[in-house]
Design a protein around this ligand. Structure first.
Ligand code: NAG
Ligand code: NAG
Length: 205
């Protein structure tokens, strides 16, 4: 009982640590600590990763960048334009971080790709879906339809390529002998999604 009480007291402390400014966006409770949810890091930076490493260096050199299931502090510059500590928080700085380096700042869930609702009655429990499943050809179509906000598929309206990378060479859509492959795997890139499919994000927008 006493140790349980201790945990309750400790929880707010660790959550203050994660965002530095108590930013609980893109986090979850893992049973003992507040940690980054998959949605925190399940996107690409908008600008190059190398730019983001320069613009948003770790607050101290020994702190890794945000990772799923971890409680590393976000880079200070995701929240401020000041280098002095304690630094003032600027809303513009956060908005800029989301618009440029959401992955580096662990703020993917604030981008438009995550701004919709999962189905109310999904075929699978969206909260258990991992980043690996979001990339898996076996899962992607179901996840685009049922759990778009978990995987960052909100901009796709349920129409997704089963395998990443089709868009790198759209000419495959018209390559003789590839029809069956693209119908199965490159439905978005090759415009093969049935128009009658109900977009899962419509209700959330
Ligand atoms: C998420 O970020 C927004 C914008 O900075 C902020 O207003 C809000 O309080 C944050 N939400 C949580 C749960 O920390
Ligand atoms: C929760 O996350 C913290 C920080 O990463 C870790 O130390 C702890 O072992 C995790 N707890 C569980 C139950 O996974």
């Amino acid at each position: 009982m006493i140790s349980l009480l201790f945990l309750v007291f400790l929880a707010p402390k660790s959550s203050a640590y994660i965002g530095l400014y108590n930013d609980l966006n893109c986090t979850m409770f893992n049973g003992t600590s507040v940690v980054y949810a998959p949605e925190a890091v399940n996107c690409q930076n908008v600008v190059s990763d190398s730019y983001c490493r320069v613009a948003y260096p770790p607050t101290s050199p020994d702190i890794p960048y945000p990772e799923e299931g971890m409680d590393y502090e976000r880079p200070l510059m995701c929240y401020t334009l000041d280098t002095a500590t304690p630094a003032a928080i600027y809303r513009d700085a956060q908005a800029t971080a989301v618009a440029t380096c959401p992955r580096t700042c662990g703020l993917c869930c604030r981008t438009s790709a995550f701004m919709c609702k999962n189905l109310i009655y999904p075929r699978i429990d969206c909260n258990t879906i991992t980043r690996a499943q979001c990339q898996s050809p076996v899962w992607r179509q179901i996840l685009a339809e049922d759990c778009p906000a978990r995987c960052g598929f909100c901009d796709l309206n349920g129409c997704i390529d089963a395998v990443p990378g089709c868009e790198n060479d759209p000419s495959i859509c018209h390559t003789i002998g590839m029809e069956q492959f693209v119908n199965q795997n490159c439905r978005r890139t090759c415009n093969r999604c049935s128009v009658s499919t109900q977009p899962p994000c419509a209700a959330g927008k």
